[in-house]
Design a binder for this molecule. Sequence first.
Ligand SMILES: [Zn+2]
Length: 250
Amino acid sequence: MNTSIKFSYKSYKNLLKKITKKRTPIFFNKYKSFSKPFIIIRHDIEYFVDAAFELAKIEFGLGIKSTFFFLLTSNYNLFSERNSNLINKIKGMGHRFGIHYDANYLNENKINLNENLKKQIDIFENFFKVKINAISCHRPKLKFSNYNDKKIFNVYNKEFQRSVKYFSDSQQVFREDVEELIKSNKNLHLLIHDYTWSSKNDKWEKNIMKFYKKNSNYEKLYFKRTVKDWQLGLKMRKKKDLVFKKKILT
Ligand SMILES: [Zn+2]
């Protein structure tokens, strides 16, 4: 609908500049008490932590803080050396974190959502030494279970959804006129994904494949290194076994 918006990082930066001209970026927990016009920026990270990092940097450059929701059942591993480094950098910029959970997937696997979500929150908090303040459901269906810990902010809670105007960049199609929304006096809840933006204003399909390729190149290097390590280990095995035996048996 909104064809005038380009999905480049430069354009994202301009969009943020425009939105924050008359709105203060705040976190979810402040929405009830904040008296001035505000914007809450949320990121549901579906596929690529490095793309999340790009968004985090742009916002940091503008003095804007947002909340990054990571999907623990996604194809990415949050705890890998590379991704955990990036997440710690995002944390260092002052952004906050939430859990993006796949209620449907848990249900399909007959896993109790409340128990599992608590564990997901625990493991994220423990590993990254942060507090999880909020949760967002991945592809929410009409019927999906809600988390029972009310201290954790559910972005799909009715009261919030009814009082703050929500709009999203899913598949690069904003459902309404973004320029009009910006011009309005509405408080906004903006959902920005990882795969929608790129340095070159590419289509989201291309972004996904490009980020995938970049990641697979990295994986290739990682495995090359690992193979070399194993090969070296194999060569040194006899020697190392002797040292080991000496240590353990004497
Ligand atoms: Zn999602």
